[in-house]
Design a protein. Structure first.
Length: 221
């Protein structure tokens, strides 16, 4: 079973934001401080908390897929240094439009308020992304699916060719590779279906072709 520290090290490779804050509170009080802070930050929730570390989850929006925030608490005498690292659940999709930095800033602000004994009100939710950004996010899911479908189909063809070729790879290894390529194709098909459903819901709510970037004839806007 991996420790909080090991999971955090794994997350750093795909992190979209990393920040630290020093709080005027002993480390043993941090789990309570974190729970109090998270309760006031829209879009965040607690996955697990321990005496020296924790993991938060970030809820899904159209513009940015769900991810996590790994927290590490380092005692500094009577103070505590909090190290926070965010990670997207789909790190190869693209930018998070600064949401990682915004989430950490909101979390640290709420932590400071909790340490100070203030009773912070709910923070303002992040502004709704523009229609163009929402359509772009759906398009990224579709591209992700197309890449997996194409790569998986090519892999299936190559795996079958190697299986039937004289002196080809062993049936066990070849079959396993074929299964992996089929699974990859299936993941791609699923992402395409997800993108199709999201686009249908998006256009039903905002109108056909909403958010499309169109340029007029030459010389016109």
């Amino acid at each position: 079973m991996s420790t909080f520290g090991e999971r955090m090290n794994e997350m750093r490779g795909w992190s979209s934001a990393r920040a630290t804050v020093d709080l005027d509170v002993t480390v043993d009080r941090m789990p309570g401080i974190v729970r109090q802070a998270v309760a006031t930050v829209p879009g965040l929730g607690v996955s697990e908390l321990g005496p020296n570390a924790g993991t938060l989850f970030r809820k899904t929006t159209l513009a940015y897929r769900a991810g996590t925030i790994a927290l590490t608490f380092e005692p500094q005498g009577s103070r505590t240094r909090v190290i926070a690292v965010t990670r997207s659940s789909m790190p190869l999709v693209g930018t998070d439009y600064g949401r990682g930095d915004k989430d950490l800033a909101a979390l640290f602000e709420a932590m400071r308020a909790a340490v100070a004994g203030a009773k912070p009100g709910p923070l303002s939710p992040s502004p709704t992304p523009s229609l163009a950004l929402q359509r772009l996010a759906i398009g990224r899911v579709r591209v992700f699916g197309l890449v997996f479908v194409i790569a998986g189909a090519i892999g299936c063809v190559l795996a079958i060719a190697l299986l039937v070729a004289p002196g080809g790879r062993g049936p066990v290894i070849g079959s396993l590779q074929l299964v992996l390529w089929v699974l990859m194709t299936g993941v791609g098909v699923r992402r395409l279906l997800v993108a199709r459903r999201r686009l249908a819901a998006f256009e039903a709510a905002n109108g056909p072709r909403a958010g499309e970037q169109r340029s007029g004839p030459r010389g016109r806007p």
